[in-house]
Design a binder for this molecule. Structure first.
Ligand code: C2E
Ligand code: CA
Ligand code: CA
Length: 607
């Protein structure tokens, strides 16, 4: 078919002019995010090399086409030859693809139009800073002898200009500089266009790559270049899976979204399972393997009621829930959304509390020695008194802080305030230590620096401090963890294994960790009165831990009977309501003055 007007596909109007009449809205949407200037570059290349088609194929899997023969294209349905071209850092010329042994078994090369292409040449594309991002390809229907020097020069110049356009695309905020995928604004543009076209419903899909906290920890550990590479690898896997005619958008650092095509078939369960399986498969990125915890969310949207950013928020809430589900994908549910909204409210309130720092406070629970009943140390326990919600229990806000990436900030607050308080007590002559709860998110090289800094600032000897880690935190880690723990020990601070018995570790594996103290979880201890079985667990755990050289602390001792029972076991210290409930800072010094009635049978401690 001969058209009078050259038909360009995926061409950007840099200044955001409306698309010319006659173009479909979908095409206009596509125009929003292509590489600025690609149209002009492609036109020049096509004319000077006299080829039918020019393509810019990025290593993210996105592709932009210019075709003299019209036809429609997709931004990612790609022939292996294009993918290979995008990834290789050098140019190549294939005079006749059909005669090339390497491509004998692949489908014939086509562009967006089905007509077979025979001649192919490409040149790598680099950004201005020299990062390799893909290739500029030229194709023609007839085989050729190759490219002469002038042709090669023209191709190189075009590739250079295309590289500048890629940079510009990121600069103008249309595409993500890392994955080269279109941004959130293009996603909404796509939705609005559906609405204008009279669509009533649309399926949205959102993909959350990993929990924020995990991703942040990961960036801290591995650095941005690795994270960038990983996001590109994730994008490539998703693009590879995507149904035809669907565009992928990057809507957040670790988030992708797409609008499924109008009138297309809804996604099937096996399709979704496949996507999750692909994303759960380990990534081997820069030779370092990593497994993600992805969540895929789906939302059946009434397009007529699209308002603001809400559809994206809702489908993201589904992907967020999916991350924690065994299946890994989930449909949007209103009730779940409500929970997330509440959680979101709490997160923003907690973030505010961490900046204002007037609603948070600490309580201190004494830990006493079983040999004489004396207080050895107190454990700092975080408290949050919200102005309208009242006391929010730590069992609620601690996991929330963990999920929302606020844990480091919370721990920082506890460290600073707890150690400041301890310094004040010690200046007043109270000879006690302080235990601090450390969460998974705090676990990196920085931990030692933070601990050292806070001890220094308040003039406290780190040897009177002890950090408590849960056994799962300790076991989830590796050599690096081990080094951080060694550094904590070198500083002189103690290391306790908290809530022992709630995980699945055995003592022998924990022995590998340089811990000094083991706290037997209160769930075993509280039931000891009623269950001989639990008493036996506590007794044997304590004996074994003692033999392995740990100081043994028994938590959750609620009455005298239990106190007396553990006193006969190989235990060193006790913590629990029988001795004292967590106390306000002001209540600690008078409590320390009191006789140790919990320790003396005739002292009349609480029963
Ligand atoms: P945990 O570290 O095991 O702290 C001991 C918890 O047991 C405290 O609950 C304490 O009040 C409670 N408890 C102590 N003795 C008894 C007893 O005899 N009977 C009963 N029934 N309970 C007893 P709390 O303060 O509600 O803290 C709950 C958890 O929240 C803590 O468990 C800890 O995992 C976490 N948490 C609290 N503060 C912090 C913090 O500053 N940082 C971190 N990462 N976690 C914290
Ligand atoms: Ca603890
Ligand atoms: Ca505990």
């Amino acid at each position: 078919m001969h058209t009078t007007v050259e038909h360009t596909l995926g061409v950007t109007l840099v200044d955001g002019e409306p698309a010319p009449a006659g173009e479909t809205a979908r095409q206009a949407a596509a125009d929003q995010y292509t590489v600025p200037g690609f149209d002009a570059v492609a036109r020049l290349a096509a004319a000077s090399l006299d080829v039918a088609m020019v393509g810019l194929v990025l290593d993210s899997g996105s592709a932009y086409w210019y075709s003299r023969d019209a036809g429609t294209g997709d931004t990612h349905a790609l022939h292996p030859l294009y993918l290979e071209a995008a990834r290789r850092g050098a140019g190549q010329v294939l005079p006749d693809i059909a005669a090339d042994a390497r491509f004998r078994d692949t489908p014939p090369l086509t562009g967006p139009s089905p007509a077979t292409l025979r001649f192919f040449a490409c040149e790598p594309v680099f950004t201005l800073s020299g990062r390799h991002v893909g290739a500029l390809c030229v194709m023609d229907h007839a085989p050729r002898n190759g490219l002469d020097a002038a042709g090669l020069d023209a191709l190189r110049d075009a590739a250079r200009l295309a590289g500048a356009g890629v940079v510009l695309g990121g600069y103008l905020g249309r595409t993500d500089p890392v994955t080269q995928l279109p941004h959130r604004s293009a996603f909404f543009e796509d939705l609005r266009n559906r609405q204008k076209n009279g669509a009533q419903r649309a399926w949205l899909i959102a993909i959350e790559v990993a929990p924020v906290e995990r991703f942040n920890a990961f960036v801290r550990a591995m650095g941005f270049p690795y994270a960038d590479e990983l996001m590109r690898a994730v994008a490539a896997r998703v693009l590879d899976w995507m149904p035809p005619q669907t565009h992928l958008y990057q809507v957040g650092v670790t988030r992708f979204a797409a609008v499924l095509p109008d009138g297309g078939k809804p996604l099937t369960t096996p399709q979704l399972d496949t996507l999750v399986a692909r994303l759960r498969a380990p990534f081997d990125c820069l030779d370092i393997p990593l497994t993600l915890q992805p969540g895929v969310g789906l939302l059946d949207l009434d397009v007529r009621q699209v308002d603001g950013a809400d559809p994206l928020r809702r489908v993201m809430s589904a992907s967020y829930a999916a991350q924690r589900s065994p299946r890994g994908w989930a449909l949007y549910e209103r009730s779940q959304d409500e929970r997330h909204r509440q959680e979101f409210f709490l997160v923003t309130e907690l973030a505010a509390a961490l900046t204002e720092r007037t609603e948070l406070y600490l309580q201190y629970q004494p830990r006493v020695s079983l040999s004489d009943g004396r207080c050895v140390a107190v454990e700092a326990l975080a408290r949050w008194r919200h102005p309208t919600l009242g006391e929010v229990p730590p069992s609620q806000f601690v996991p929330l802080a963990e999920r929302a990436g606020l844990m480091r900030s919370l721990t920082g607050w506890v460290l600073d305030n707890g150690v400041a308080q301890l310094a004040a007590w010690r200046r007043d002559g109270l000879d006690i230590g302080l235990s601090l709860n450390i969460s998974n998110a705090d676990f990196d090289a920085d931990l030692v620096t933070r601990l050292e800094g806070v001890a220094d600032r308040h003039g406290v000897d780190p040897r009177v401090l002890e950090l408590e880690f849960t056994e799962s935190t300790l076991l989830a880690h590796n050599d690096a963890t081990r080094r951080h723990l060694d550094a904590v020990r070198e500083l002189g601070a103690g290391i306790a294994i908290d809530d022992f018995g709630t995980g699945y570790s055995n003592l022998a594996s924990l022995r590998q960790m340089p811990a000094t103290c083991l706290k037997i979880d209160q769930s075993f201890v509280r039931a000891m009165d009623a269950s001989r079985h639990d008493a036996a667990i506590v007794r044997s755990t304590a004996a074994l831990a003692h033999d392995l050289g740990f100081r043994v602390v028994v938590e959750g001792v609620e009455n005298r009977r239990i106190y007396e029972t553990v006193r006969r076991m190989a235990c060193d210290e006790v913590q629990g309501f029988h001795v004292s409930r967590p106390l306000s800072a002001a209540a600690v010094p008078p409590w320390l003055e009191r006789p140790a009635d919990w320790h003396h049978a005739d002292g009349g401690g609480a029963l």
